[in-house]
Design a protein around this ligand. Structure first.
Ligand code: SF4
Ligand code: SF4
Length: 143
């Protein structure tokens, strides 16, 4: 019932297509390969990033560690390299508390294979296919 209500709010009010299941295993991987999206693009250069650091405290935690075809790659300096734990866990920013969100996919990101979370489609793919089949071939039997 609660899950059903949660899915309804996510899809009908927040217009989301995915919902989060599972639990964080505190491996710290998502704090070491971060892309920064600003409006509709992923940040590509250091100058732009410096300006963003003035706007949001979270960005001051990040350090550039590389760049690939998607954009600059950052790691968070609050991650303890020995324990892989967040040093500010109790007061970590909202963006960390809400991770992962479906916006992750829209910027070319993905969950690591061993992440404890999964992003599941709110409407299972087989139900979408069934609806399409019924609309196109209303007399056809579906399994
Ligand atoms: S503040 Fe903590 S949880 Fe957020 S990215 Fe940094 S290390 Fe990870
Ligand atoms: S990668 Fe997944 S399991 Fe690991 S710390 Fe991030 S959210 Fe948690």
């Amino acid at each position: 019932m609660i899950i059903g209500l949660k899915k309804w709010i996510l899809s009908k009010i927040l217009r989301k297509k995915y919902y989060r299941t599972g639990k964080c295993k505190a491996c710290g991987k998502c704090c070491t390969q971060i892309y920064v999206k600003h409006y509709k693009h992923v940040v590509q250069d250091e100058e732009e990033f410096k300006k963003l650091q003035l706007l949001h405290k979270f960005y001051t935690y990040l350090k550039i560690i590389g760049k690939d075809e998607i954009g600059l790659i950052f790691e968070c300096q609050n991650l303890d390299p020995k324990t892989h734990k967040c040093r500010i866990h109790r007061r970590r920013p909202g963006i960390c508390r809400r991770y992962p969100q479906e916006e992750l996919f829209s910027m070319g990101g993905a969950l690591s294979d061993d992440c404890g979370y999964k992003m599941e489609p709110i409407i299972p793919f087989k139900d979408i296919m069934r609806k399409c089949t019924i609309k196109k071939y209303p007399d056809q039997k579906t399994l």
